[in-house]
Ligand binder design. Structure first.
Ligand SMILES: Nc1ncnc2c1ncn2[C@@H]1O[C@H](COP(=O)(O)OP(=O)(O)OP(=O)(O)O)[C@@H](O)[C@H]1O
Ligand SMILES: [Mg+2]
Length: 225
């Protein structure tokens, strides 16, 4: 029997209008459960695009994306959203917090969307914010918070559903190197406890070396480094 991978990209290609070469050119990528992976590459090499394809936020022009052996790139947006909410956590490069909701409301939002018990959610959310050093920021609005605080809230929001996989796009990009490492180590500790696979996009070599494997995206191809 062939092995079932958590996430599998088969011959995935993606081009955008106005660019001479494809951003991703027949990329093949296998990710097993429990593997933590770093993806590096220069600005514009396609790292964010790759994460968006993995989570079904964008569709490939050619090729297949499989989650637990099931193709997801052919599903409707509705079905993909349900799958994303169940299996994925996403930390965006530019945090994407909802501006009209407080820190704690942003953190518990994925659980509210799932229809889970709101009170239990709050307790869990507050606990996570405390672990991430935000106990005094629970009811603040995003515009009242620093870039680094917003990123930690985005991290808590990705963790709260205990997802199988977290796609993290420069999750500590707004932090100085010392705090980046501190927050990232907390993130690793929590995700290890809940057995989540991490796919990390980063320019920070020190963070990349904390992962099991490092890949580099160059000219549309992904290679181990
Ligand atoms: N929706 C889009 N429409 C057109 N071009 C796009 C779109 N999204 C990305 N691109 C282009 O595709 C290339 C790859 O973009 P992407 O955001 O994946 O790069 P990246 O490796 O994440 O870069 P960075 O390190 O700066 O975040 C860039 O040249 C970008 O301009
Ligand atoms: Mg990017």
């Amino acid at each position: 029997m062939s092995k079932i991978f958590l996430l599998k990209l088969i011959d995935v290609s993606k081009s955008f209008k106005g660019l001479e070469a494809p951003v991703l050119d027949k990329v093949n990528f296998l990710i097993s459960s429990g593997e933590n992976i770093a993806i590096t590459g220069v600005s514009g090499s396609g790292k964010s695009t790759l994460l968006h394809l993995m989570a079904g936020l964008e569709k490939p022009d050619h090729g297949k994306v499989e989650l637990f052996g099931h193709p997801i790139n052919t599903l409707s947006q509705n079905k993909i959203s349900t799958i994303r909410n169940k299996h994925f956590g996403f930390i965006y490069q530019f945090h994407h917090l909802l501006p009209d909701f407080s820190a704690i409301e942003n953190v518990v939002m994925p659980l509210v969307i799932r229809g889970d018990d709101p009170l239990a959610n709050l307790t869990q959310g507050v606990k996570l914010l405390k672990v991430l050093g935000l106990e005094n920021r629970i009811n603040h609005m995003p515009h009242e918070l620093s870039g680094g605080e917003r990123q930690r809230i985005a991290i808590a929001r990705a963790i709260i559903t205990k997802p199988d996989i977290i796609l993290a796009d420069e999750p500590t990009g707004n932090l100085d190197y010392k705090n980046a490492e501190l927050v990232f180590d907390m993130f690793l500790e929590i995700t290890k406890e809940i057995n989540t696979t991490i796919i990390l996009v980063t320019h920070d070599n020190k963070l990349a070396t904390k992962m099991n494997k490092i890949y580099q995206l160059t000219e549309g191809k992904i290679r181990t480094r």
